[in-house]
Design a protein around this ligand. Structure first.
Ligand SMILES: Nc1ncnc2c1ncn2[C@@H]1O[C@H](COP(=O)(O)OP(=O)(O)OP(=O)(O)O)[C@@H](O)[C@H]1O
Ligand SMILES: [Mg+2]
Length: 316
């Protein structure tokens, strides 16, 4: 559906995109994550035919966004990361205005807009002035507008920014429905857990490069096994506490998948490179050696910490 090959963008001397490669299948909800300045907006604007690339290819269903920006605009709907000012324009007029840009008749737009406003839960706002809508409503209106010409690909630049939890939830529902309708969707965000809930795949971008991409569950799988284990054990019966610790450290280091053992104030921290079954086996082995384990748990991996791991803490 979307194929980006060796995409490079320079702003003057500044290299914003450096030979970017990205592939998104039809029907995918793709989450684009990265810190400020990573190049998300740049990539999205080029994909929508709104910004010239320096070099490379962007194909949307085989149509080259770089050489055919006009054709691309018919295939793609874009929700920018800002909402303009629309003095004296009512919601339905706003939809008609955008429809007319695609050469649609007022009747056609009205009919389609009814359905779209329903989809984004704004049916009761048809006749109010756009400027009086709340931010969350404006964002949803923007999504409806971007769908007016029935594009195959919907590109949303930070649709959740500035929204309260309720509005985020509503936006998520809208996007889920669109996904169920078979639209291909790209969403950018700084907030990884939020994306992981609604996306089928994600790409993590930093400094103009894609540093990781794939199905959400595959990325999670890849990261599995790097989270440490926290453990406590009752080590009575040793001459000194130090002796007890020494014995336990040596024993732990002999076990499979244990990379490093450190003591914090009151627990043992085990750097462990195995999966959950291997962690369970470690515990079993300790119990079999009569170690009185009083606490044993694995740190939970989430996309947020994975993101920090991959970007080296560059998250904002
Ligand atoms: N018109 C421009 N002129 C010069 N530099 C630009 C221009 N637009 C973007 N850049 C630079 O290109 C880089 C990528 O910007 P871009 O807006 O694509 O990042 P982003 O990932 O969308 O960031 P954010 O999360 O802040 O929206 C940044 O370093 C930015 O300063
Ligand atoms: Mg941006």
């Amino acid at each position: 559906m979307l194929e980006i090959q060796n995409l490079t963008k320079r702003y003057g001397k500044f290299l914003a995109l450096d030979n970017l490669n990205l592939h998104i299948d039809k029907g995918e909800i793709f989450g684009f994550v990265g810190p400020n300045g990573a190049g998300k907006t740049t990539t999205m604007r080029i994909t929508c035919g709104l910004l010239k690339a320096t070099s490379g290819t962007v194909l949307v269903d085989g149509v080259n966004a770089i050489t055919n920006p006009e054709d691309i605009k018919r295939k793609v709907g874009y929700v920018p990361d800002f909402f303009g000012v629309y003095d004296n324009l009512k919601v339905m007029e706003y939809m008609e205005f955008y429809g007319s840009m695609y050469g649609m008749s007022k009747e056609d737009v009205d009919e389609i807009a009814e359905g779209l406003l329903e989809l984004v839960n704004l049916s009761d706002k048809k006749d109010v002035f756009v400027d009086t809508l709340s931010r969350g409503m404006k964002q949803r209106l923007c999504v409806a507008r971007a769908l007016i010409h029935n594009p195959d690909l919907l590109v949303l630049d930070e649709p959740n920014s500035g929204l309260d939890p309720r509005a985020r939830f509503e936006m998520k529902e809208v996007l889920k429905n669109l996904g169920a309708m078979g639209k291909t969707i790209i969403i950018s965000s700084h907030i990884l857990p939020e994306l992981s809930e609604m996306c089928t795949s994600i790409g993590i971008m930093e400094k103009g490069h894609l540093i990781a991409s794939g199905k959400v569950d595959e990325i999670m799988q890849k990261s599995k096994g790097s989270q440490p284990i926290h453990m406590r054990a009752i080590m009575d019966g040793y001459d000194t506490e130090e002796d007890g610790r020494e014995f336990l450290s040596t024993l732990l280091r002999e076990q499979p998948n244990v990379e490093k053992v450190t003591y914090t104030e009151d627990e043992v921290l085990i750097a462990f490179n195995g999966n959950d079954a291997e962690a369970a086996n470690l515990l079993k082995g300790l119990v079999e050696r009569n170690v009185l384990v009083s606490n044993f748990y694995r740190e939970k991996e989430d996309l947020e910490s994975l993101f920090l791991e991959i970007t080296g803490g560059a998250k904002e």
